[in-house]
Structures are given as structure tokens and as C-alpha cells.
Design a binder for this molecule. Structure first.
Ligand SMILES: Nc1ncnc2c1ncn2[C@@H]1O[C@H](COP(=O)(O)OP(=O)(O)OP(=O)(O)O)[C@@H](O)[C@H]1O
Length: 245
């Protein structure tokens, strides 16, 4: 089953076009990484898939429902680029608050808090005030919050920013496990090592999907030896095409 389907999407703000001709399919259990330079349109695409922005043109379907659709929000775990946490509450209180907002039943909250915080290694720090957390701990708590309702689709905007390499690897192990259990994960990143861990990569540059496929298929399509080289080559081809127009 397709969890996400984006067809001929054009998106923008007012009269400014930010995304052109985006087509994308993500199946249940798959991890898709959106990679691209700052300002290329990744967050705009994520917000459109979440239903926070209505497509200018084209179609976005999530879990077989046309977006925007408020009812689907409960099935989507979202981690935004900036942490939206309550500093004057403890991590446990934050998790309880957001869990209740996401519709987690009172009886399930304890189990879900343990599940989500084990993934990000925050168990020993649950009773500390979030105001005393480091930047990386706040990122990890935001990730735990996105997992609290055990959502079918996880959307993570730059989840690994401020997270050290050891924990990043640990989080990837858990993301793979989560995907294997049938959940779909869409994440944005600037980091090539993150993109390489995904099943599918979409490279966005200047609002266009300049390359798309599995890490191996991108390497063979562009005749290069790494995903990074594929991205650079796809960028050069885009520049050539634009200068020929
Ligand atoms: N609310 C908005 N109103 C007008 N323009 C916007 C708005 N949000 C984003 N943009 C513009 O849309 C373009 C794409 O921005 P977007 O945030 O989607 O990029 P991004 O790839 O996610 O960047 P980053 O990696 O820095 O987060 C940029 O030119 C940005 O200035």
C-alpha cells in the first residue's frame, strides 16, 4: 500500500512558485529521505504532505486520503525543525501532554512513554525540567514525542541536527526497526550519511526533484561512486539545462 502519493505537485507562497512537478510514492514500511540545500523546498513539501499547505496544483494523498485532511493528523507523528517543547515542564510531563493531544489513551500512556523514550535514550532524564536539557536532548525529546502515538507515518524535519554520531546511529537502528514493523518514515536532511541510510532518496534543488531512487540506483544512474557525487552531478546537469533554456 502507498502511504504517500504526490502527483504533479506545484506549490508556492502567493505568486512565488517553490516546488515544480513533484511526483513521489512512498510505500508502507519505507524510509524516504528528502535532501537538498537550504531553501530548496524540503519543508514546503513536508508541510504540503502534512496538509498544512493546500497544493497550488496537483494532488497529495496520505493513507489513501486526499490532503489536507485534519482527521489524518492523529495518524501522523511529526517532528518539526524547531523544538516546540514546554521548558517549565519535565520531559515526562511534555510527553504526557502531547500524548494526550495525539489521542493516546490514559492506560497506554505509561507504556508509550517508555517505548518512545527508550528509542532516544532519555529514560534516565524523564523527570528533569526541559529547560535544563541540552539542544541534543531537546531534539531527542521531540523525536520521542513524534513516536508517542505509534503513528503509521512519521515525518521528521531534520531529526539529526545537534545529535552526536553515536546516538545518530542508534536512532537510525530504531528507525529501521520502526520501518520494518510497517511504519512509513519521511525525513528531511542536509546530511549525506543520513540520506544514504534511507530506502529511497529524493534530491530537491531549486524546487525541482533533480534525482530520485534508491542510493544504489542513484549511484549507477549517474555513473559515480557515492550518493554525494550523484547529487553534485545532478546539480550540474540542472545548471546546464537552466542555462540552455
Ligand atoms: N511562509 C513562507 N512564505 C513565503 N516564502 C516562504 C515561506 N516558507 C518558505 N518560503 C520560501 O520557500 C523556499 C523554500 O523554503 P523551505 O523552507 O521549503 O526550504 P528548505 O529546503 O526546507 O530549507 P532548509 O533546509 O533551510 O529548512 C525558500 O525560498 C523560502 O524562503
Amino acid at each position: 500500500m502507498n502511504t504517500i502519493l504526490v502527483k504533479d505537485l506545484q506549490q508556492g507562497y502567493g505568486k512565488t512558485i517553490v516546488l515544480k512537478d513533484i511526483n513521489l510514492t512512498v510505500s508502507a514500511g519505507e524510509i524516504l529521505a528528502l535532501i537538498g540545500p537550504s531553501g530548496s523546498g524540503k519543508t514546503t513539501l513536508v508541510n504540503t504532505i502534512m496538509g498544512m499547505l493546500k497544493p497550488h496544483q496537483g494532488e497529495v494523498t496520505v493513507l489513501n486520503q486526499s490532503m489536507p485532511n485534519r482527521k489524518l493528523l492523529a495518524k501522523i507523528g511529526f517532528m518539526a525543525q524547531t523544538d516546540a517543547l514546554y521548558d517549565t515542564l519535565t520531559a515526562r510531563e511534555n510527553l504526557t501532554f502531547f500524548g494526550q493531544m495525539m489521542g493516546v489513551k490514559r492506560d497506554d500512556l505509561k507504556k508509550q512513554i517508555k517505548y518512545a523514550t527508550d528509542i532516544v535514550n532519555l529514560g534516565p532524564h524523564l523527570n528533569k525540567y526541559v529547560g535544563s536539557y541540552s539542544g541534543g536532548m531537546k531534539r531527542r525529546l521531540s523525536l520521542a514525542i513524534s513516536l508517542i502515538s505509534d503513528p503509521e507515518l512519521l515525518i521528521l524535519d531534520e531529526p539529526t541536527v545537534g545529535i552526536d554520531p553515536e546516538l545518530r546511529q542508534q536512532i537510525w537502528t530504531e528507525l529501521h526497526k520502526t520501518a520494518k514493523a510497517g511504519k512509513t518514515i519521511l525525513l528531511t536532511t542536509h546530511v549525506m550519511e543520513d540520506a544514504e541510510q534511507a530506502d529511497q532518496i529524493m534530491m530537491i534543488r531549486r524546487g525541482e526533484a533533480i534525482a530520485q531512487g534508491t542510493p544504489d540506483s542513484l549511484i549507477s544512474e549517474f555513473g559515480v561512486s557515492s550518493v554525494e557525487e550523484a547529487f553534485l552531478k545532478a546539480g550540474r546537469q540542472q545548471d546546464e539545462n537552466l542555462s540552455n533554456d
